[in-house]
Every structure is written in structure tokens, then in C-alpha cells.
Design a protein around this ligand. Structure first.
Ligand code: NAI
Length: 440
């Protein structure tokens, strides 16, 4: 079995932590037991690009029980838990290619290692695996259709957006199930999972008291709603900055202050971006921020905080704690507390110095500074993923379209011990598939 991990000796710790998560993933456990009996993915090569966490281990174990040959790489260079990678490789026999804090070059080398396994099903969290397949297919002159996977699954909002863009341009080469769009994914994972783990990440990195702080959330989508609500629950005064007027109105009715980020910049103690957009916080915001403002991102890619512009503004930067970078800024201008006017640097008797703290280099704060979503919520997300893989395996030889397919998994009574699942897809001619009407 091939693998590339940091340190085999971490496997013992990884195994214990994986067991802790597995004990909290009851829906996936029921699916795993059935998979173990029926082997619906027998000898099928699956390539997955997902965050290497204890919860992902739960999914990996279920796919292995179904008979799949699974290769796994990370979907973010900073989210890998090295102990989990070691245990997956050496306790569970899964080919893992992931090392925490790997360089961009290694990150893509690891994606390449997963693709060497010639996967029939791909699984993505952010669409990097599928995008790499599309680029190499184009580089080969679009000639190798028979080696394309049967289908793929996509875990997150940003990945679905990227794939829908490919679909719209007529360039999507094979169908993708938008797992993120299943209600049993985004309603719970994005909202409660990102909500809790983002606060967890900020607190672990800074140990800052949230109560009484002014907490600015950029983006009031599924994740933003969760982050805002959890910050409020810890006693923060929450400000929401949202470009969609409907969601902005919803935030007002949910009891939050809503204003443009430019206005909120001078008020916030903590800023979190969770939009899927680029350059949400830029120099025009940094120059207005207060001394000791903390800035973090929970959106998929590290593009929401414009760190290039912060680098230009900063007189210096240094790491002051693990995953906390301090930028010292000789303020070019500041907003007078008395008059509200912006005072340019040249008019200041003594230009002020202020510090801005960026967490995890602007990468996913919940996965970089904490452990990501709790197992209970990933149980639902990964139940969707496991069933989506089974769905692709059962339906791939239909003449399916190259679409981003909507996919719904109804998980009924998950907490009552008798789980019932029903799976159906919106994409004709993909058949609807009803699983185990009398229980999984
Ligand atoms: P969503 O589409 O439900 O919400 C995004 C919101 O941001 C929208 O309401 C949009 O109008 C708003 N927005 C866009 N640009 C903005 C800007 N410049 N300023 C203010 N608001 C802006 O998406 P969702 O599901 O909330 O996901 C957001 C991001 O989080 C995505 O990148 C997604 O992939 C990622 N994600 C991260 C997770 C994590 O573990 N940290 C888990 C799930 C999703």
C-alpha cells in the first residue's frame, strides 16, 4: 500500500481519536454495517480529496467496509491531522497522501498520487481533484474519455460553485453529486458545524474572551448564520456584513446589527469572513481597524482576506503564537473618534502604530486552529457522501448527463435508534433509489 504521511508513530493517538469520533457517528455506523454485508463498492477505486480528520476517517472506514479501494489526499494544506493520517494508513490500510502544512507543490503531488489509482469515483471538498482531472484531460487533447471517472461527489459550497461554472460552460466531463446541496448537509454541517468549530478555532488560537467583544461576520449564508449565532451565544455584540439584501434583512430580523464592512471595520474586535468570495477584507478595511483586531477566515479558500495588501501596509510581521501572525501597521490614516473624519498619516503629529492579528494565514480557521466540525454533524454529511458513492456505483452505466446533480438524502429519526434512509436524485435518467424502507 502506497502512502505519504508525516510520522507512522502517531498512529496510536490517531486510532484513539478516530474511535472517539466513530462512537458519535451513529448513522454512518448503520450504513457501514450494511456496506460490510452487501459490499456495494467491491473492488471499485475511489479517490477522495477531503480534510483528513477523525470524522473523515469514519467515512473512509465505511467505504472500505463496502469493498472500495480508497486513496485519500487533503483538501487543504493546513487541515490534515497527522495522527489520523498515520492511523488510516497503518491501522485501516488506506492509501493516504497528506502531511499537515505541506507546500503547494506537495499538495498537488498528493492529488496526483490519488489520481494514479485511476479512480472510478472521485470525492471532493472544494473541487481541486475534479479540476485537476479536467486540466490534465485538456492537456491530453481531450482524448481519454474511457479513463474518466463515472461520477463524483462534492462536499462544499465553493466546490459546487466551481463545478456549476464548468457545467454552464459545457466543460463538465462527468456527473457530480452536489452533496453540499442536500438539506441533511448544509442545514446542519454548514450552520451548526461551521458555527461551533469557527468559534472553537478562534478561541483555541487566541484564548480571547468573546463575551463583550464586537464580532463582525462577513457573509450571512448557511455558515455565516451559524457563526453569528454561536458568537452571540457566547456574549459577543455581533455585526453582520452581507451583500445580498434579502439575507441582510434576515440578519436584521434575527436581531443582528447589519452594515457595510467599511463601517464595521472601525468597530470590530474580531472579524470572520465566510462568503466563498475573494478579497472581502482589503486594505480599505485594515486601515480602519482598531489596534489588536483579530482577523480570521472560515470560507473554503484562503482568498477572502487580502493578505497581499496587508503585507504592503505592514511595517513588519511576526508569528506571536502558533497560527497567529501579528502585522504592525504604521497607520496611513485613521478615523477620528470625535469627528468621524479620516485623518491622513501626513497630518498626524506622531503616526500611530497598530497591530492586526491574522489567524492561520487566512486559511479555514476551524480546521487549522481547531479540529473542524464535530462528529455528530459530520455523521449526517458523510452519510450523504457514502450513499452518494453507492448511488454512482449502482447507476453509472445509465446514459447519465454530465451535470451537477442535486441529491437528497432524507435521514429520518436519526436519533431514535431506528434510522430510515431514502435517497433520490433530481437528475433524470438517474433512477431514484430507495434504501431500506424498514431501516438501513
Ligand atoms: P452561502 O452561499 O450559503 O453563503 C455565502 C454568503 O456570503 C451569501 O449570503 C453571499 O451573499 C455572501 N457574500 C458573498 N460575497 C460577500 C461579500 N463580499 N461580503 C459579504 N457577504 C458576501 O455559502 P455557505 O454555505 O455559507 O459557505 C460559505 C463558504 O464557507 C464557502 O466557501 C464554503 O465552501 C465554505 N464552507 C466552509 C466550511 C468550513 O468547515 N469552514 C464548511 C462549509 C462551507
Amino acid at each position: 500500500m502506497k502512502c505519504d504521511i508525516k510520522d507512522k508513530s502517531l498512529r496510536k493517538l490517531g486510532k484513539k481519536r478516530i474511535e472517539w469520533a466513530l462512537n458519535r457517528m451513529s448513522v454512518l455506523e448503520l450504513i457501514r454495517k450494511r456496506f460490510d454485508k452487501d459490499k456495494p463498492l467491491k473492488s471499485i477505486n475511489i479517490g477522495a480529496c477531503l480534510h483528513i480528520t477523525t470524522e473523515t476517517a469514519g467515512l473512509a472506514v465505511a467505504l472500505k467496509a463496502a469493498g472500495a479501494n480508497l486513496s485519500l489526499c487533503a483538501s487543504n494544506p493546513l487541515s490534515t491531522q497527522d495522527d489520523v493520517a498515520a492511523s488510516l494508513a497503518y491501522d485501516f490500510g488506506i492509501s493516504v497522501f497528506a502531511i499537515r502544512a505541506e507546500s503547494r507543490k506537495t499538495y498537488y503531488k498528493h492529488i496526483g498520487s490519488v489520481l494514479e489509482n485511476n479512480p472510478r469515483i472521485t470525492m471532493d471538498d472544494g473541487a481541486d481533484l475534479v479540476s485537476t482531472i479536467h486540466s490534465s484531460f485538456a492537456a491530453k487533447g481531450n482524448k481519454t474519455t474511457n479513463t474518466l471517472p463515472w461520477g463524483s461527489t462534492e462536499e462544499t459550497t465553493t466546490g459546487v460553485i466551481r463545478l456549476r461554472a464548468l457545467e454552464k460552460e459545457g466543460r463538465l466531463l462527468y456527473p457530480v453529486i452536489a452533496v453540499n446541496d442536500a438539506y441533511t448537509k448544509h442545514l446542519f454541517d454548514n450552520r451548526y458545524g461551521t458555527g461551533q468549530s469557527t468559534l472553537d478555532g478562534i478561541i483555541r488560537a487566541t484564548n480571547k474572551l468573546i463575551a463583550g467583544s464586537t464580532f463582525v461576520v462577513c457573509g450571512y449564508g448557511w455558515c455565516g448564520r451559524g457563526v453569528a449565532r454561536r458568537a452571540q451565544g457566547l456574549g459577543a455584540n455581533v455585526i453582520v456584513c452581507e451583500v445580498n439584501p434579502l439575507y441582510a434583512l434576515e440578519a436584521v430580523m434575527d436581531g443582528f446589527r447589519v452594515m457595510p464592512l467599511k463601517e464595521a471595520s472601525g468597530l470590530g474586535d474580531i472579524f470572520v469572513t465566510v462568503t466563498g468570495d475573494t478579497n472581502v477584507i482589503t486594505s480599505e478595511h485594515f486601515i480602519r481597524m482598531k489596534d489588536k483586531a483579530i482577523v480570521a477566515n472560515a470560507g473554503h479558500f484562503n482568498v477572502e482576506i487580502d493578505l497581499k495588501s496587508l503585507d504592503k501596509l505592514a511595517a513588519g510581521k511576526r508569528d506571536v503564537k502558533p497560527l497567529v501572525t501579528e502585522y504592525s501597521i504604521g497607520t496611513k490614516s485613521y478615523t477620528s473618534a470625535g469627528t468621524g473624519k479620516v485623518i491622513p498619516r501626513r497630518a498626524q503629529a506622531k503616526p500611530q502604530l497598530k497591530r492586526i492579528y491574522v489567524l492561520a494565514q487566512g486559511r479555514l480557521v476551524n480546521l487549522s486552529c481547531a479540529e473542524g466540525h464535530p462528529a455528530e454533524v459530520m455523521d449526517l454529511s458523510f452519510a450523504n457522501q457514502a450513499l452518494a458513492c453507492e448511488y454512482i456505483a449502482k447507476n453509472h452505466d445509465n446514459s447519465f448527463r454530465r451535470d451537477v446533480v442535486e441529491f437528497f438524502v432524507m435521514i429520518l429519526q436519526p436519533l431514535a435508534g431506528s434510522v430510515r434512509l431514502q435517497v433520490f436524485s433530481s437528475a433524470s435518467p438517474w433512477k431514484s433509489l430507495s434504501l431500506n424502507k424498514g431501516g438501513v
